[in-house]
Design a protein. Sequence first.
Length: 265
Amino acid sequence: MTSTARASDAPPPRATGVDGAALAGLRRWNLGLAVLHAAQAVAVWLLASDFAISLSTAFPEGPPGSRVPAPESAFDVPIGAAVAVFLALAALDHLLTATLLRGRYERDLGGGINRFRWLEYSVSATIMVLLIASYAGITQLVAMIAIAGANVSMILFGWLQEQVNPPGRTRTSMLPFWFGCVAGAVPWIAITFNIVGSETVPGFVYGIFVSLFVFFMSFALNQWLQYREIGRWRSYAYGEKVYLVLSLGAKSALAWQIFAGSLAG
């Protein structure tokens, strides 16, 4: 048998730290987080008031430069339901990756990627940032669409970062990571602009803004540490566990700050 044939028969490199013990631990974490997220989703759904935020539209009338008329209400977003949805999505993701999709999830982790994480984040994290934007007074439908597009792009760049840097690589590309940072900054610039420009933003909205900004930046920091292989982040499995902790912390913080500020009846 030639050396070329032997090399082709060799198993592909595995991500560091993804062994049987780590996978068993991650399964327990996913099961636990599924329960915690689901319990919070049910609690918010049952306890929240019927508070809603109205999204508006304002279509131009006349040639370019004409005065845009006053915005008109398009539809109302029930905030309690929106919070319950992003918590429920996280619960579903963790439950499926610990049970029905466990085999695919663990194979993907061995290959240095978790596509289920990015799929869930693309929806749940986008709902979260849209809620933060609405509490900062950004309620025009077209602005919401733009913010959603930027946030989904950020998440997909995170997926691409993992896709282009498989285990066994000879060099690491950080280009998708930096592109994702640019896309992800756009919603926060818009939110900051509105908060700074207002003189009547309630104190709890500042709390939401600061705490969730720190959480969102922590996700980026986690990926940067993974691909720079700094300290314990040399283990891909350790970085995956940090994602789990950050996901629970960010979703719980936003859910209960919104609940305390406007859903507690």
